[in-house]
Design a protein around this ligand. Structure first.
Ligand code: FPP
Length: 251
């Protein structure tokens, strides 16, 4: 019996409202098959498509994926251009279907560093799907946690200089409101594939109390079964948020 079957028999399982994923291992997946890295990224897009469907099926409300980090610009020019091309393709080919399936697309990251056509596509995806509510897909693109925090600090410093706020009004809540994720709940669960065990500048502020699950499979091999397995591990964890009393994993 698979984890998925068990879940149907013994509802309700504690489902996280927000799952964030570091989709790692595309390059190694391709190398293991003697293929170019681009083939790994293409297979990664297919795994992303399936994961959005699986997450919606499993009742996850928010899915955030790390698609391009602020540090990914340091990759060879050709790979950067391949990743930009894949994002263009993903939005152009999949947007209508995502919209039809009730997916609300959001993006986080620094828009100012992006080519105008990419920024326009991201805008289009957000605008078209703004009224949807089946699942929120948050694409982290040109995103880095430190960069996001630095931009938030700049914003708040500007407000202080303009006399719109005072130093003692700066609190964790007001900082959170200045982040790209101001209206997005913190992730309950962060999953990273490929066996690496680090956050790599992903959601540094927001993941303060997230459960972290590291899976050995490469991202292109990630399936609904892996997601179910991660949800089962999550449900078995006790979350204390710095206190002594355990709260149910998804509370
Ligand atoms: C990590 O694999 C993955 C990335 C840097 C990008 C993730 C991108 C995708 C899944 C496809 C693009 C999706 C969209 C929507 C544009 P890696 O290249 O670091 O793998 P490696 O560590 O094995 O080399």
């Amino acid at each position: 019996m698979t984890g998925q079957d068990r879940r149907h028999e013994s509802e309700p399982m504690t489902t996280p409202a927000h799952v964030a994923i570091i989709m790692d291992g595309n390059g190694r997946w391709a190398k293991a098959r003697g293929l170019p890295r681009l083939a790994g990224h293409r297979a990664g897009v297919e795994a992303l498509r399936q994961t959005v469907r699986a997450a919606a099926d499993l009742g996850i409300s928010w899915l955030t994926v790390y698609a391009f980090s602020s540090e990914n610009w340091s990759r060879p020019k050709s790979e950067v251009s391949d990743l930009m091309g894949l994002l263009r393709l993903f939005i152009r080919r999949d947007l209508a279907e995502l919209h039809q399936n009730g997916v609300r697309v959001r993006t986080i990251g620094d828009r100012t560093g992006l080519q105008p056509d990419i920024a326009a596509l991201l805008n289009e995806a957000e605008t078209l799907t703004a009224g949807n509510s089946a699942i929120n897909l948050v694409i982290a693109f040109n995103y880095g946690g430190r960069d996001e925090i630095a931009r938030a600090v700049r914003k708040i410093a500007g407000q202080v200089l303009a006399g719109e706020t005072e130093l003692d009004q700066i609190t964790p809540e007001s900082v959170a409101m200045a982040l790209d994720t101001s209206d997005i709940p913190d992730p309950d669960l962060v999953i990273r594939t490929s066996g690496e065990q680090r956050l790599s500048n992903f959601l540094l502020w927001q993941a303060a109390y997230s459960e972290l699950i590291f899976m050995s499979c490469y991202w292109p091999d990630f399936s609904k079964g892996h997601l179910v397995e991660a949800l089962e591990q999550f449900a078995a964890r006790e979350r204390r948020f710095g206190g002594l009393v355990a709260r149910g994993a998804a509370s």
